[in-house]
Ligand binder design. Structure first.
Ligand code: ATP
Length: 447
């Protein structure tokens, strides 16, 4: 739209005639004149309407899309009165527009099913998601996904800075050779295909060419139960890097990427963070690295709960370690937990030469729960075949995968970070679905 300016730009245009456009967020009819709060992608603005312009809006509802021409003036009305009433949007309080013309671009005649013009959308999660088409318009709701986009932006910039190559992973694959009920099967020209659970194979193959690769993958898991941290479709921020000396190198890349991502949120999302009332959690000097066994001991000592014979951390232990112990001891909510038992890790994860019952693998726990899985991979052909067999799988079903080992790949490692999980934890949201634009779960396939 020619000459259109945004709400956030209004103060720079004081005294000038401008064109703005957006959604009618709220309307106050004072008979002889009125206040329209108009929302665009940058925030809210106040428009003073004449009686004739109010007449144009008769019979129309909030969310009607309008275009206004008018003069930007110092705001006459009291903040909080007819004002946008939106924390984190201070510019909107300073100026307003005296409308000269009002154009209706898209009239809304039906009442919107859920009120989206309040501070937050206080409805049941299912109602929020059923009506996502409109509830996403609420400033707090849309802020969540601006933060998510900034996390991805930070990841991408960091990886580009390392000289890594971005990869676009396929989502359709042949029948699942790893088996398992948690795959989604798809009818594919008379045969069975599956939706990828992870981009592991493609990351490793491309790492074997570009040395450092990254990308945003889609993972599909036929999870059986609804939990507050599992979806059936989610994204992972992936990287894979070759010619590393040890698992520590992989963790250093990952830690630096995480810091860059939160840095991007800090820089790009000041308004959104203020609106959501979120202070980014402290990162500390260095994320601690602790072996799983040691972490279980720390959990036992700190809480009296003995899970030391378990092969993994329970959700409660993840929570305590990352929200109580690590902030207190290390000034951060991120912890690398390393050396998971070989029984708990897939066939491609390298074994610890010092104790082959353990793997050179890690999880990153961040502010409440696991957000990353990563580690060193097996890069030698014979070793990989042996490991596939030891896991009870058939090497002949991994031909494409093993081809890269056969023809040479460097020592390497990588990670996969759950994007929605990370967003949930960083923003302190109770359910992962709040951090997912269009969540899919056992029940939900719409909108
Ligand atoms: P969990 O133990 O939490 O079920 P996982 O060990 O199966 O996860 P990985 O396969 O290691 O997970 O996946 C890497 C990352 O992807 C996890 O750290 C998490 O952030 C995210 N993730 C895994 N499963 C899901 C899911 N069902 N929904 C959303 N995110 C997920």
């Amino acid at each position: 739209m020619q000459n259109r300016i945004l709400a956030s730009e209004l103060p720079e245009h004081l005294g000038q005639s401008v064109v703005v456009a957006g959604w009618l967020h709220r309307l106050r009819d004072m008979a002889k004149f009125g206040f329209a709060i108009v929302r665009d992608r940058s925030g809210l603005m106040q428009v003073v309407l004449t009686a004739e312009q109010l007449e144009q809006l008769k019979g129309l509802q909030v969310e009607t899309v309008i275009k206004v021409t008018g003069e930007v003036v110092k705001k006459q009305s009291k903040p909080g009165g007819a004002g946008p009433g939106s924390a984190g949007d201070p510019s909107a309080y300073e100026v307003e527009i005296q409308a000269t013309t009002l154009e209706i671009l898209s009239p809304v005649r039906d009442v919107v099913p859920v009120e989206v013009n309040n501070d937050s959308v206080d409805v049941h999660l299912d109602t929020l998601l059923d009506n996502r088409v409109v509830t996403l318009r609420n400033p707090k709701q849309r802020a969540i996904f601006r933060v998510q986009a900034a996390l991805v932006h930070g990841f991408r910039s960091f990886m580009e800075g390392q000289g890594f190559t971005e990869i676009f992973f396929p989502v359709l694959a042949g029948a699942a050779s790893e088996g398992g009920a948690e795959f989604f099967r798809v009818e594919y020209y008379g045969r069975e295909a599956t939706l990828t659970q992870s981009a592991q194979l493609y990351k490793q193959i491309t790492m074997g060419v570009y040395e450092g690769v990254y990308g945003v993958s889609y993972s599909f898991r036929a999870e059986k139960f609804a939990t507050s941290r599992h979806l059936t479709e989610f994204n992972q921020l992936e990287f894979e890097v070759g010619f590393v000396d040890s698992m520590e190198d992989v963790m250093v890349y990952g830690e630096s990427a995480t810091r860059a991502m939160l840095g991007a949120v800090e820089n790009e999302c000041k308004t959104e963070l203020a609106l959501l009332g979120v202070t980014l959690p402290p990162l500390g000097e260095r994320f601690p690295r602790i072996k799983l066994q040691e972490a279980l001991e720390i959990y036992k000592e700190g809480t009296g709960i003995d899970e030391t014979s378990e092969p993994d951390l329970s959700p409660a232990a993840e929570k305590w370690l990352s929200t109580v112990w690590a902030p207190k001891e290390h000034g951060t909510g991120f912890i690398f937990i390393t050396h998971y038992p070989e029984t708990k890790r897939p066939f491609y994860v390298a074994l610890d030469p010092e104790d082959p019952s353990l793997t050179l693998s890690f999880d990153l726990i961040g502010f409440g729960s696991e957000i990353v899985s990563g580690g060193m991979r097996i890069n030698r052909y014979d070793e990989q075949i042996e490991r596939i067999k030891a896991k009870g799988l058939k090497p002949e079903e991994f031909e494409d995968y093993l081809m890269m080992h056969k023809y040479g790949i460097p020592p390497e490692g990588g990670w996969g970070m759950g994007l929605q999980r990370l967003t949930q934890n960083v923003l302190g949201l109770a359910n992962i679905k709040e951090a997912t634009l269009f969540p899919r779960d056992v029940q939900r396939l719409r909108p």
